[in-house]
Design a protein around this ligand. Structure first.
Ligand code: DAK
Length: 258
């Protein structure tokens, strides 16, 4: 595994990589260095065959990620702002479209770009001290890393308007109630994420990655078409033959990932 300056990226037991945004003195705010290293670690997750799933979290007790780095944001102009937004969107899309399952463990403040990062992950587990919000309007901005789109998709238009227009912050329990997170951790959130990924990793890996693509296709206009295409392609895989045979033969499936 590569070593980085602003993130930790390490392979844990059970082929799960743990990516920790590591600027705790700045509440893990996303500056360009973090974004670049995040991008590299996602590419590594895709290319390293030993990595079967990814957990993203923040260093320290207080924050997942307290947003884009406001110091860097304050120097943007129209051209650099649009460029940064597109670069961030591209990186967050690479997380959302990662062919391996990605779980965010939201261990404190997830504000602005931090909430956007969590929303780009496939599943979110919050610790009880997690706080979510998109406070960009308070800075005279709008979410620039896909937050207006993903929040609307996750919680619906009414709540998205409320959150983005007021910049209000909510705690873990409310985030759970409105569907922004999948679970509030009762004990050790990283272990709970690993348990959840353990369940997913027992399934057919090709089917899991096609399912990720199919669900993501619901963002575009052609989600049903995409689902049918992916479904068709799965019918050609060994995993599909194995999964159906195992059911009919009343035995446990042994997936090969092809
Ligand atoms: N950026 C830079 N530094 C930050 C930071 C941030 N987002 N959040 C916290 N820090 C730094 C603080 O400045 C402080 O640094 P020192 O003064 O110690 O050097 C340190 O982290 C500890 O923070 P606090 O002392 O403030 O800690 P508290 O516990 O008192 O408060 C807090 C915690 C989370 C309530 C507070 O830190 C806070 O309000 N932070 C800012 C939250 C926020 O507004 N985040 C930005 C959201 S807007 C775009 C691309 C992206 C975006 C928009 C457009 N385009 C390219 C167009 C995204 C925007 C956002 O993310």
């Amino acid at each position: 595994m590569s070593s980085y300056q602003t993130i930790n990226y390490e392979l844990q037991d059970n082929n799960i990589a743990l990516l920790t945004i590591n600027r705790p003195d700045k509440l893990n705010a996303l500056n360009s260095d973090v974004l670049n290293e995040l991008s590299a670690a996602i590419s590594e997750t895709e290319s390293n065959e030993s990595v079967k799933a990814l957990i993203i979290t923040g260093a320290g007790e207080k924050a997942f990620v307290a947003g884009a780095d406001i110091k860097e944001l304050s120097n943007l102009d129209a051209e650099t702002g649009e460029k940064l937004s597109m670069r961030g969107q591209e990186i967050f899309a690479s997380i959302e479209n990662c062919s391996k399952p990605v779980v965010a463990v939201v261990n404190g403040y997830a504000l602005g770009g931090g909430a956007e990062l969590a929303m780009a992950c496939h599943i979110r587990i919050a610790t009880s001290n997690a706080v979510f919000g998109l406070p960009e309007v308070s800075l005279g901005l709008i979410p620039g890393y896909g937050g207006t789109q993903r929040l609307t998709h996750l919680v619906g238009k009414a709540k998205a308007f409320e959150f983005v227009l007021t910049g209000k912050q909510i705690k873990a329990d409310e985030a759970l109630r409105i569907g922004l997170v999948n679970k509030v951790s009762e004990n050790n959130a990283i272990d709970e994420a690993k348990d959840l990924l353990g369940i997913i990793m027992k399934k057919g890996p090709v089917a899991v990655s096609k399912a990720i693509s199919a669900i993501n296709a619901s963002f575009g206009d052609d989600g049903y078409k995409k689902e049918a295409e992916l479904f068709g392609s799965l019918c050609e895989t060994e995993d599909f033959r194995e999964g159906t045979s195992a059911f009919l033969e009343k035995r446990k499936a042994e997936f090969k990932g092809r």
